[in-house]
Design a protein around this ligand. Structure first.
Ligand SMILES: [Zn+2]
Length: 144
């Protein structure tokens, strides 16, 4: 269970073309070991599509697909930042980059976007095994 209140957060890509708003209490942050997530190394929060609103950048988003061509891995065509993706196993959910700007209330100078950062700030970390998924989920052995 999250100890954070349900709040609205605003995020963006680096150049600002893509901006969005989500509502979440950050029940957990997710990492994934699939072929694309290993490379982008993003911390993500899972948000239902009803709690996600794209504010700007529909035309700036580039949709990258691979493998089963189900998930939509968006990135900004100008600055290249990954802001969110449409999930494959649960396509009515977005995976949203957790550190998408100061609007997320995390501060901006608190180290790298690693799992260690999430743990240091008291977030639950849930590694997702996307490689060869669906395999289900694997709880992190961090005692959180
Ligand atoms: Zn951009």
């Amino acid at each position: 269970m999250s100890h954070r209140p349900l709040q609205t957060y605003q995020g963006s890509c680096h150049c600002g073309a893509v901006s969005f708003r989500i509502q979440t209490d950050f029940p957990e942050l997710t990492t994934c070991d699939c072929s694309i997530c290993r490379r982008r190394n993003a911390l993500m929060v899972k948000v239902h599509e009803s709690a996600f609103e794209l504010l700007s950048g529909q035309d700036a988003l580039v949709d990258y697909q691979f493998h089963t061509m189900t998930a939509h891995h968006y990135f900004c065509g100008t600055c290249g930042i990954y802001p969110f993706h449409r999930k494959r196993v649960t396509p009515d959910y977005y995976g949203v980059r957790a550190r998408s700007g100061s609007g997320f209330g995390f501060g901006s100078g608190s180290g790298s976007g690693s799992g260690l950062w999430a743990l240091a700030f008291g977030f639950s970390l849930l590694p997702f095994t996307g490689e060869g998924a669906p395999k289900g989920r694997m709880r992190a052995a961090f005692g959180l």
